[in-house]
Design a protein around this ligand. Structure first.
Ligand SMILES: [Zn+2]
Length: 303
């Protein structure tokens, strides 16, 4: 870790949510760059590397692997290999301060995880709730990881419940806050697939936020009413893919978001019900969603 410096208030914060189909990848830039997940396999080389190149970004300070499902870690090794997709060459993108993840290992069969573990290797650092990382003009706090929340709550997780183990991050710049909820769970689901409610503890820890990356691609097992009431985001981003196998996003979640006065942006339509296509609160981007934050204001960059 380098010396700690106070956040630079003049530094704009930029959030990019890539359109990676069914999966998640977000770039947080504020002088320094943090890539949070890299989508499913092929998204790293086909979507993220070209974006970084077009935008003159050849350095990442951190890469975060929020959890070990393919749709989040599949592209990480591709990003690290750079444009030529070959390790050990000049265009490799090796995060300067390493890779942040929940520690431990994936308990199932996953070639994507095995490749990640092999290549990321000694660059991996296990995060803990309360840890804070500096991005120049913004700070990033770990709010939850592996069933532990920054308010001291520990929720015993089923080892198979990879989503509930997700790393959740709170990005703060000036008065603007952004909660990246990864695939964290909020209770709900039908037996035997009920999920643990980590979200309510997260909400009680962070309070109100301005911008939310909606958990788990808009699944109804996340984004519960208590969570939304306590966090009250102005804008919510759902990273979801057309034709996904899970029916994401679920109507219940879209209803809850609209009812709480939140503007909803989707990377793709997914299984969004037709009834929402006319809603003024629902926007389908079919491309990356970019949010610019400066002087305590945020705006969606038209694409
Ligand atoms: Zn996911």
């Amino acid at each position: 870790m380098g010396p700690s410096v106070p956040p630079d208030k003049n530094q704009e914060l930029k959030l990019v949510f890539f359109d990676v189909g069914q999966g998640d990848a977000a770039l947080v830039s504020s002088g320094e760059n943090m890539l949070i997940d890299a989508g499913p396999p092929d998204a790293g080389r086909n979507i993220i590397i070209p974006y970084l190149k077009q935008n003159g970004i050849d350095e990442l300070k951190y890469i975060v692997a929020t959890h070990y499902h393919d749709d989040h870690i599949g592209g990480i090794v591709e990003v690290m290999r750079g444009e030529d997709q070959t390790s050990g060459t000049a265009d490799d993108i090796i995060p300067k301060e390493g890779i942040l993840d929940r520690g431990g290992k994936y308990e199932g069969y996953s070639p994507a995880y095995d490749e990640y573990a092999g290549v990321a290797g000694t660059l991996r650092n296990a995060v803990h709730p309360g840890d804070v990382y500096d991005l120049g003009g913004a700070s990033v706090e770990i709010v939850a990881a592996d069933g532990e929340v920054a308010n001291g709550t520990r929720i015993g997780l089923d080892p198979d419940d990879e989503n509930a183990a997700s790393v959740v991050l709170l990005v703060t710049s000036g008065d603007v806050s952004f909660l990246h909820a990864s695939d964290i769970t909020g209770g709900g689901g039908d037996p035997p697939y009920e999920t643990a409610d980590i979200e309510t503890e997260i909400a009680s820890t962070v309070g109100e936020v301005d911008i939310l990356k909606v958990a788990h691609h808009g699944s109804k097992t996340s984004t519960n009413s208590n969570f939304l009431e306590m966090t009250g985001p102005d804008v919510a981003v759902i990273s979801v893919g057309d034709g996904n196998d899970f029916g994401h996003p679920h109507d219940e979640v879209i209803d809850r978001l609209i009812d709480s006065g939140t503007e909803v942006y989707l990377t793709e339509e997914g299984w969004l019900d037709e009834e929402y296509l006319d809603s003024e609160s629902v926007h389908i981007q079919n491309g990356p969603i970019t949010i610019l934050i400066s002087e305590d204001q945020w705006e969606i960059d038209p694409y």
